[in-house]
Design a protein around this ligand. Structure first.
Ligand code: GLU
Ligand code: MG
Length: 434
């Protein structure tokens, strides 16, 4: 019998999972407008399976309306199954976006930024473990570790290109069997869509080649973290960068300075959105090359926000950009970028002054030195981050009352679910989920 190809219409949810329903490809045109039916309570399904207490229960209906430009069709081997999916917006039956649609949270943030006169381009840099690759201690950046992933990198690169993801670099990262992939920057919404697509392309290719790609924040308590580093740059409405001013501190324009200070001040609450698992906080500790203080650091890979280097003198106008490092793949890219944009917009509206910049390790500073630079330790647990998010009036308003409330309820339930497990067991549970 000939197989019939399906396309899965998916949504990226609070659990950072991609869920949806598949329809025969031949019906896709018909589904473009009507989409597929969806249940509000689905957003309360945790990454580990159990459903957090839902205000909707078994009631009410929504639909997933596909965004055709995000379609990915992955046919790794001639005879194997075609993996075909498309991202979507979650719509109410009256045709308006659902108040808990995460893609809409980002869209609204970008519209608020646009109203201030600016745009944003971004690229998500991903680290992940390729399970099935032999772990050897010589792995970091090693040609031999590159070789050990066999045909994965080549097939993955081809699949990314075919999906329109504009592959940039691929490398063996520091951890044994850990790899990193980067792609070209794109306008904010496209960048977040692409981050979701990239993870599934990696998982799909790995699956067909006999590996498993996991983007879990931490494979084991002693492992090297899998970070998601969000590179971003502000532009004017026409798309020209507006980050640089030779007179500004570290070359920051007043616009970039206010935007970054908005993010910096909101960092404790933002962590709840960007480091959204209980094990994310085992990664966000000093000297793991992730982030652990509320700092904007000049060319420092342990800063929560890093001012990246400009490699060719004279290109500052176009090349100066920033990297948010306190994120991981347990979070939906829509919440990560949406949170950053909303925090930055708040900074712009408040006309905040430039952030205090760090050029040395906050962990090595005295309490007084840290206080002088207004450096706070990032939350050390998901529960603490959620408390920060709960009391942050601006982020609450940006999310909207319902999304803010259900997000807290979902993540607190996840925290309770993980509480009986020791760190190793938690890591194992998240490794299966991501
Ligand atoms: N693995 C580190 C992290 O958890 C990042 C290492 C690096 O690329 O600088 O974020
Ligand atoms: Mg890296």
């Amino acid at each position: 019998m000939r197989r019939e190809e399906l396309v899965m219409i998916c949504t990226s949810d609070i659990a950072g999972q991609l869920r949806g329903k598949a329809v025969p490809v031949r019906d896709f045109e018909k589904r473009r407008e009507v989409g597929v039916g969806w249940t509000p309570t689905n957003i309360m399904i945790t990454a580990h399976g159990p459903i957090a207490p839902s205000p909707w229960g078994s009631r009410e209906d929504l639909y997933l309306r596909p965004v055709p430009a995000t379609a990915v069709r992955l046919a790794v081997d001639a005879d194997g199954p075609v993996q075909h999916f498309v991202l979507s917006d979650i719509m109410r039956l009256d045709g308006n976006p659902w108040e808990c649609c995460l893609r809409d949270f980002l869209k609204r943030g970008l519209a608020a930024l646009e109203a201030e006169g600016f745009g944003l381009v971004a690229s998500f840099e991903h680290e992940f473990a390729l399970q099935g690759v032999e772990e050897r201690p010589n792995s970091p950046y090693n040609l031999d570790a590159f070789r050990r992933q066999g045909p994965f990198a080549e097939v993955f690169t081809a699949a990314m290109r075919e999906a329109g993801l504009e592959p940039d670099t691929f490398m063996p990262e520091y951890g044994p069997s850990q790899y990193e992939v980067t792609m070209r920057h794109a306008p904010g919404l496209v960048a977040a869509d692409r981050a979701i697509m990239l993870r599934e392309v990696a998982r799909g290719v790995a699956d067909r080649l006999g590996f498993r790609a996991t983007f879990t924040p931490l494979l084991r308590p002693d492992a090297v973290g899998n970070g998601v580093h969000v590179h971003f740059s502000l532009t004017d409405r026409a798309g020209s960068p507006v980050n640089h001013d030779p007179q500004g501190p570290a070359g920051l324009s007043p616009t970039a300075a206010a935007f970054l200070e908005g993010i910096r001040r909101k960092l404790p609450a933002l962590c709840a959105l960007t480091a959204a698992s209980t094990i994310s906080y085992l990664r966000l500790v000093p000297h793991r090359w992730s982030a652990s203080y509320t700092n904007v650091g000049v060319r420092d890979r342990e800063a929560a926000v890093r001012i990246c280097p400009v490699f060719r003198p004279g290109t500052e106008e176009t090349a100066l950009h920033f990297e948010y490092r306190a994120a991981d793949a347990a979070a939906s890219p829509y919440l990560v970028l949406g949170g950053l944009v909303w925090a930055g917009v708040w900074g712009l509206r408040q006309k905040l002054d430039a952030p205090p910049l760090t050029t040395s390790d906050p962990e090595e500073m005295s309490e007084r030195e840290r206080a002088a630079l207004d450096l706070r330790r990032l939350p050390t647990s998901l529960a603490d981050a959620l408390s920060e998010l709960e009391k942050d009036a601006e982020l609450a308003a940006a999310m909207g009352e319902t999304l803010h409330r259900v997000y807290l309820a979902h993540k607190r339930f996840e925290d309770e679910l993980m509480a009986p497990l020791d760190p190793a067991e938690r890591c194992a549970s998240y490794a299966l989920a991501y």
